[in-house]
Design a binder for this molecule. Structure first.
Ligand SMILES: C[S@@+](CC[C@H](N)C(=O)[O-])C[C@H]1O[C@@H](n2cnc3c(N)ncnc32)[C@H](O)[C@@H]1O
Length: 224
């Protein structure tokens, strides 16, 4: 008899993410779409919005930015005024339709793409906040392979406190590697992501030993 556990294929990531929103698995604030506490709790989002806004405002010529996995856009909406163009991407098409109806700015566009499979738009700066942590190592590797064309990449990841084995594999879903006492560190094996310069922009310690959220700026030194 066939061992079903070995032949069972994981659900496609778009179906998984759609279900998370439909079933409100990241919680509910009476809105049609809710990307979770990490996208809404003032203590979590305000310091992030401050450091990223300061970075974006530091450029004389405003940047074109691309937000990979924009979610309900409760965080991204704060950056629209600081950029030349804002391209926001998510894998959930109903969420992209919803966001497009709510946010109407001349310099803002929403697209439904799977960032691990599809080509990514051109931009000066990428924002990837609390997205990779939900994806399998294979998907993370596919995404990282595409990032060498970008000058600035701002990655935010939730990791455990103390020592841990990085990059344990998971199936894409609602949860993150923290439940397996792991977290993503893209500079380490098996990814070895290195585009030149790496600088931690923000470290946020969460209460009750729930780990920390690290925001890192990668600067590609081979792009002017
Ligand atoms: C936890 S939410 C974070 C949302 C937002 N970045 C924030 O910080 O508020 C993760 C988002 O990534 C999206 N996502 C997951 N995998 C994706 C993929 N392969 N391509 C595009 N978006 C993806 C999900 O649909 C979800 O909206």
């Amino acid at each position: 008899m066939k061992d079903l556990r070995k032949t069972k294929k994981p659900w496609p990531t778009n179906k998984v993410m759609e279900q998370i929103y439909e079933m409100k698995l990241w919680g509910n604030n009476n809105s049609n779409f809710y990307s979770g506490e990490g996208s809404h709790h003032p203590k979590i989002i305000e310091p992030y919005i401050t450091v990223v806004s300061t970075f974006l405002k530091s450029f004389k010529q405003p940047l074109v930015i691309c937000d990979l996995g924009c979610g309900d856009f409760n965080v991204g909406k704060h950056f629209i005024i600081h950029v030349k163009e804002y391209i926001a991407i998510d894998i959930v098409s109903s969420l992209i339709d919803f966001n497009s109806k709510i946010y109407n700015n001349d310099n803002l566009e929403f697209h439904c793409l799977d960032i691990s499979k599809d080509n990514l738009p051109q931009a000066d700066c990428l924002i990837i906040r609390q997205v990779l942590q939900h994806l399998s190592n294979n998907e993370v590797a596919n995404i990282l392979d595409k990032l060498s064309h970008y000058k600035y990449i701002i990655v935010t990841e939730h990791i455990p406190n103390g020592d841990f084995i990085p990059n344990k594999d998971i199936i894409a879903g609602q949860g993150i590697r923290l439940k397996n006492k792991s977290g993503l560190q893209i500079a380490k094996a098996p990814f070895y992501f290195n585009v030149g310069k790496e600088k931690i922009m923000l470290t946020q310690d969460l209460e009750d030993d729930k780990g920390k959220i690290i925001t890192t700026l990668y600067t590609n030194l081979s792009i002017d």
